[in-house]
Design a protein around this ligand. Structure first.
Ligand SMILES: NC(=O)c1ccc[n+]([C@@H]2O[C@H](COP(=O)([O-])OP(=O)(O)OC[C@H]3O[C@@H](n4cnc5c(N)ncnc54)[C@H](OP(=O)(O)O)[C@@H]3O)[C@@H](O)[C@H]2O)c1
Length: 275
């Protein structure tokens, strides 16, 4: 199959692209800054500006839409404005434009939309609402679709924890439990979803363990050789329940790499040889 990937330069996308190639798919990536990866066809485009979408979708059999614009994820922490607004350009307008181009081409057999577990419990967050709007657009499309969802990725958890650990006072809600996941494993699941011929809402993809946030932080600190006291953040119970919901599903598909293993692996990868 010829597959268009959006977000092919992101954490998920950079593993997704070779995963698709290994299964024999021809891959085209729509990106703001095309790269020179061998065997990949690059199309310059910007989903927030609607640029390159028609060229990118022409002649493809499938689209995996993994691009997103989350300012909080990019900086590794929330600012007050993230609780009031979130950009719609990539996640909503970009999804709409991709679906319209796919409908127009008449050749796209499968639109695989990448989303997040538990969004329905966190509707107060503007980014969450953007992701839900995008899912609605996908469900309303005439192009055959799948929606694949994962819990929070380890890379994002590490980025957020690193930022928090750099602050004077370290506090986390004690009763929020999460099952973060290795995005490399999720990439493999997405390739399976493209290839297995099924369509529609897919199983949630979650990490192998459900751990409370302070436990996750303790493992992070230990792996990075830091010692800190973790205080209890006074977050309302209903907010903690909303953050936890979705992470504890029994039905979900589970990755196998634990947080601890991922932290050890990334610490090893970051160590210069011979050090
Ligand atoms: N991160 C998580 O914890 C998590 C958890 C579950 C599901 N997900 C979902 O998984 C997907 C991938 O997430 P990720 O963590 O891999 O994200 P990421 O690393 O932040 O990558 C985002 C991707 O979107 C691209 N992008 C941003 N703005 C764009 C624009 N205007 N036009 C075209 N492309 C644009 C980026 O390209 P540039 O290289 O040009 O910036 C990059 O390739 C998203 O749908 C996300 O919602 C994420």
């Amino acid at each position: 199959m010829k597959v268009l990937v959006t977000g092919g330069t992101g954490h998920l996308g950079t593993v997704l692209v070779p995963g698709l190639q290994q299964q024999g798919h021809a891959v085209r990536v729509l990106a703001r800054q095309p790269r020179g990866t061998p065997g990949v066809e690059w199309v310059a485009g910007d989903l927030a500006r609607g640029e390159g979408v028609t060229e990118a979708t022409a002649g493809v059999d499938a689209i995996i839409h993994a691009a997103t614009d989350s300012p909080a994820a990019q900086r590794g922490g929330f600012r007050p404005r993230d609780f009031f607004t979130s950009p719609a350009g990539v996640d909503v307008d970009g999804t709409r434009a991709l679906l319209a181009a796919a409908e127009e081409s008449g050749q796209v057999e499968h639109f695989v939309h990448v989303s997040i577990v538990g969004l329905q419990h966190m509707k107060r967050l503007p980014y969450t609402r953007r992701k839900l709007e995008a899912e609605e657009l996908v469900r309303g499309s005439s192009v055959p679709w799948s929606i694949v969802r994962a819990t929070g990725f380890y890379w994002l958890m590490e980025r957020m924890f690193a930022r928090m650990a750099g602050q004077m006072f370290l506090a986390l809600p004690a009763d929020t439990r999460m099952a973060p996941v290795d995005s490399d494993e999720f990439a493999g699941f997405i390739v399976d979803c493209l290839d297995d011929g099924r369509r529609g809402e897919r199983e949630d993809f979650v990490g192998p363990e459900v751990l409370a946030l302070p436990e996750l932080m303790r493992e992070y600190l230990q792996s990075r050789g830091q010692e800190r006291r973790i205080h209890r953040a006074p977050v309302p119970k209903r907010v903690q329940a909303a953050l936890t919901a979705g992470n504890t599903s029994e039905e979900a598909r589970r990755g196998t790499t634990t947080w601890k293993q991922w932290l050890e692996r990334t610490a090893r990868d970051a160590t210069p040889e011979g050090a």
